[in-house]
Ligand binder design. Structure first.
Ligand code: B12
Length: 225
């Protein structure tokens, strides 16, 4: 019987080698081995980990745009298999989030994984997509009254737009909680921009969201200053 490490390695390799069919097969193997690995582990420690390796190959100029896009196709093919088998937590108290990649930024693979995590956690997710005009974040947050506004940026240039959105949203709705993420961000930068939260990966985005909401409620009750 295959070990968890072997199954993860197959997923990682299929993404890195942009082998869509292998990725589908590797994802199917994950489903066939429920005692060894969960579909969620397959997504986060297999597919997403593979894409992170692709990032390194891109940075070192071993891969270029076409390869990266084919790797993303392989990732999504695996995700199509695994995603339906990740149970949605309907017991969780409902919260809502407006989510998108900021203006000028077409990177949305990480954002889509974050979206999936909020979905699974039972949140209402309003996904604005990628390259989202800054004003659209403000408009959608006000329209939906979402608890959280979450923005993704993968470029040092586009992340500056987040600061503008935060100022615009906070002016109109100071209670809206804002969470940032994406490779060039750090918790310090998020704080500096005036955000309420930051998560470095999809795996901890939901817990960060819950923590932010909990803090706001405690603050409203006067339990924290
Ligand atoms: C895939 C990719 C692309 C794809 C995007 C496909 C798509 N649909 O997303 C394509 C080929 C189109 C592309 C194009 C470009 N790219 Co590009 N791309 C990448 C690459 C290789 C991987 C990014 C990725 O998907 N990683 C995998 C995912 C799973 O990880 P992630 O995105 O970091 O997301 C995780 C966390 O960050 C976090 N997270 C992400 N968002 C959010 C949001 C919230 C709220 C939270 C809580 C968490 C969170 O959770 C995620 C999952 O755990 C990176 C290299 C790298 N090392 O990152 C370059 C990179 C981001 N690209 C870069 C650049 C410059 C470009 C281009 C301008 C041109 C170019 N030179 O290729 C263009 C145009 C981009 C534009 N206008 O937006 C640069 C950015 C440099 C910078 N610091 O500003 C990078 C870093 C490469 C480099 N070293 O030059 N790119």
């Amino acid at each position: 019987m295959a070990t968890k490490e072997e199954l993860l390695e197959e997923l990682i390799e299929a993404v890195v080698e942009y082998e869509e069919e292998d990725c589908v097969e590797a994802a199917q193997k994950v489903l066939d081995n429920p005692d060894v690995i969960t579909p969620m582990e397959g997504v986060l420690d297999g597919l997403a980990a593979g894409m992170e390796k692709v990032g390194v190959l891109f940075d070192t100029h071993e891969y270029f745009v076409p390869e990266v896009l084919m790797c993303a196709d392989a990732l999504y093919a695996g995700l199509d298999i695994l995603r339906p088998h990740i149970e949605k937590d309907d017991s969780a108290s409902k919260a809502s989030v407006v989510l998108g990649s900021v203006q000028g930024d077409v990177h949305d693979i990480g954002k889509n994984l974050v979206k999936m995590m909020f979905d699974i956690a039972g949140w209402d997710v309003y996904d604005l997509g990628r390259d989202v005009p800054l004003e659209d974040f403000v408009e959608k947050q006000l329209d939906t009254g979402s608890d959280v506004l979450a923005m993704s940026a993968m470029m040092t240039t586009t992340m500056l737009g987040m600061k503008k959105v935060i100022a615009m949203v906070k002016e109109k709705n100071p209670d809206c909680l804002i969470m940032l993420g994406g490779a060039p961000l750090t918790r310090d930068v998020a704080n500096l921009f005036g955000a309420d939260g930051y998560a470095e990966s999809a795996g901890n985005a939901v817990s960060e969201g819950i923590k932010m909401i909990g803090n706001l409620r405690k603050y409203e009750k006067g339990e924290i200053a």
